[in-house]
Ligand binder design. Structure first.
Ligand code: SF4
Length: 404
């Protein structure tokens, strides 16, 4: 299975094994594990990035430099409500303290290595992090209203190798840290100058988050949880949990935890209605088969009729798009507060699949709708840019390789 997945499960076993290791082996293993971790929050010049810290961690740092804990509230407001990255712009903080903070800290952002805006206004960012690794973020505006969804990545690459997914062809490089996850949203908002954070019911251009970009977000749940808590904090970005959706391929044990602790919306990449086919196209199914994934959906605490679970279903011609498949899908999700998002496959170079015909998509959707479930067919967006998840990163790597 995945690198993350294949970590030894028994602590006793770990202890015995590590006792037998010599110092060199230990150093090698630690170095390898560190490769999958985000870069250190301290810059080479010794300054510490404040983005991605919990309120408690921020307070600890401030107390360490001799400041009072109430400064946390002030800084939080400037960083997450006002979106300010320059301490000298934090006007409620006295100048000497601004200078002291600037000496020790930064308010970081990932760097936009590539930005492409489609004729349909979808904007795709390739963000580069401090260690040079890159991940994609996409803003998909709702063209009828002034709002839109930001699709955020949780890993650089992915271990899951779903056969229809371009990102699945890239091996996992590492997990993204809370700072990098929050940073993608903040940098996307910089791009639209959406600061300060709109309050209450004031419309937002970047109004929802979907954790649906590169990677499986539940594989590094702690980082996602920390980032979402920062984004939901009412004194900062203050995005409601109702406006955040986490999309998983079905990491069952963590689905429960996500529902209990974060209460955000859930989407499940189902894509097939038999274990035989799902084992092939979503290989994680071999570990958590369809019945277990659906059982986790049935107990998901944040799901009800006003907050339905979304089942993502990519339409692959002649593979999973028959009317019998649609009827089986209805049977599987019956009784769940659910909707089905039908996704026309967006072919990428080297992919083995073709998109379902429009006629077949409609037939499939009709069967699901007749059973009482909403079943929109997602309109392909950003067709004129490298919009399939993972494509921009591949392109950037190609350019960098050509330049080196
Ligand atoms: S669909 Fe998601 S989980 Fe599957 S390979 Fe692609 S990024 Fe990974």
């Amino acid at each position: 299975m995945s690198l993350v997945d294949s970590a030894p499960s028994s602590h006793t076993h770990d202890a015995a094994a590590s006792a037998a290791l010599n110092a060199e082996d230990r150093a090698r293993i630690l170095a390898k594990a560190a490769l999958f971790s985000p870069p250190d929050a301290t810059l080479p010049d010794g300054r510490r990035d404040l983005v991605g810290l919990s309120r408690d961690e921020l307070t600890e740092l401030l107390v360490e430099i001799g400041e009072k804990p109430f400064r946390t509230k002030q800084l939080w407001h400037w960083i997450y409500h006002q979106g300010v990255t320059d301490f000298s712009a934090m006007s409620s903080i006295a100048k000497p303290l601004q200078a002291k903070l600037a000496e020790r800290f930064v308010v970081g952002r990932p760097q936009a290595a590539m930005v492409q805006t489609s004729t349909d206004e979808t904007r795709k960012f390739l963000f580069r992090f401090r260690d040079g690794q890159e991940a994609e973020t996409v803003y998909i505006p709702d063209r009828r209203e002034d709002r839109g969804a930001v699709c955020i990545s949780s890993q650089v690459g992915c271990t899951l190798s779903c056969t229809f997914c371009h990102t699945g062809t890239q091996k996992l490089v590492r997990n993204l840290g809370a700072a990098e996850i929050v940073g993608q949203f903040m940098a996307a908002r910089d791009s639209y100058s959406e600061w300060p954070s709109p309050k209450g019911d004031t419309p937002r251009l970047l109004s929802t988050i979907v954790l649906m970009g590169m990677g499986e977000p539940l594989y590094k749940y702690e980082n996602i949880a920390k980032a979402m808590k920062i984004i939901m904090d009412g004194e900062g970005i203050a995005l409601s949990r109702r406006r955040i959706t986490l999309s998983t391929s079905g990491v069952v044990p963590l689905m429960d935890r996500c529902g209990e602790e974060l209460g955000i919306n859930l989407a499940v990449s189902l894509h097939a209605v038999t274990n035989e086919l799902r084992n092939e196209i979503v290989p994680l199914n071999r570990k958590y088969p369809i019945e277990e994934v659906l059982a986790a959906c049935r107990r998901y605490p944040a799901a009800n009729n006003s907050r339905r679970i979304t089942f993502e279903y990519i339409m692959l011609r002649g593979v999973n798009d028959s009317e019998a498949d649609a009827r089986e899908l209805v049977r599987l999700i019956s009784g769940l507060p659910a909707k089905v998002n039908l996704i026309p496959f967006n072919p990428w170079p080297g992919s083995a699949y073709r998109p379902s015909t429009r006629e077949q998509q409609n037939k499939f959707a009709q069967i699901i709708m007749d059973a009482g479930f909403s079943s929109p067919i997602r309109t392909p967006r950003g067709r004129d840019i490298l919009a399939a998840c993972g494509q921009l990163k591949t392109e950037s790597e190609r350019i960098r390789a050509a330049q080196s």
